[in-house]
Ligand binder design. Structure first.
Ligand code: HEC
Length: 184
């Protein structure tokens, strides 16, 4: 301890002198990467939460979604999204099955919000070509999956206004772990 005590003063002065040199010269940062501009982030900042805030322009219905589904999704998710190919989860069916001995978890039976279907498909699907759909194609194929599950009608237009209004069958199937007064 006494060693530390003896050395404290000289060490302080040496540090002080070096900081003076640094300040006298050009102030330099650690040069770790480049500054992040708002524009750089916006391409990544595409999260849509349950309330649907930030949903983009565009629109689609189940009929236009059928085309998108057939061309871009069917080969993995099967006819009408029913799965069965061993390549990806079924997206359709299982509504009401979760509390039975043979629960079938699909977007229709399990997911609590329709808005996050849009979010998920836009960022992650098709699995081998994520983010390659236009916003209207994502709305359309979301509508197709919802309609195949019987949650919306075949001709219901899905867009930034209507999608948050869709009530999913399992909306109340999740137990909240934080107090109601803290929820927005
Ligand atoms: C190349 C195969 C492939 C294609 C094509 C594909 N998917 Fe998927 N999809 C998957 C796989 C694999 C998963 C599971 C991913 C995981 O769990 O990380 C998945 C998961 C999903 C889920 C979430 C399912 C759940 O219950 O969690 C949705 C929704 C979905 N896909 C929609 C689509 C749509 C819409 C398209 C067409 C635009 C599409 N997928 C095209 C392979 C594919």
């Amino acid at each position: 301890m006494s060693l530390f005590k003896n050395f404290r003063l000289p060490v302080f002065f040496i540090g002080f002198i070096f900081s003076g040199v640094a300040l006298g010269g050009e102030l330099q940062g650690p040069k770790l990467g480049v500054p992040v501009e708002a524009g750089t982030l916006s391409g990544w900042d595409i999260s849509i939460g349950p309330d649907g805030r930030g949903l983009p322009d565009g629109e689609g219905d189940s009929r236009s979604g059928f085309t998108v589904f057939t061309e871009r999704c069917l080969r993995c998710h099967g006819q009408r999204g029913a799965g069965g190919l061993g390549l990806a989860d079924p997206l359709v069916g299982g509504i009401g099955s979760l509390a039975t001995d043979e629960p079938l978890k699909t977007v229709g039976s399990y997911w609590p919000y329709a808005t996050t279907i849009f979010d998920y498909i836009r960022r992650a699907m098709p699995y081998d070509a994520p983010a390659s759909l236009t916003n209207s194609e994502v709305y359309a194929v979301t509508a197709y999956i919802l309609a195949q599950n019987g949650i919306i009608g075949e001709v219901d237009a899905i867009n930034a206004v209507t999608l948050p209004m869709v009530r999913m069958p399992n909306r109340d199937g999740f137990v909240m772990f934080w107090p109601e007064e803290d929820r927005k």
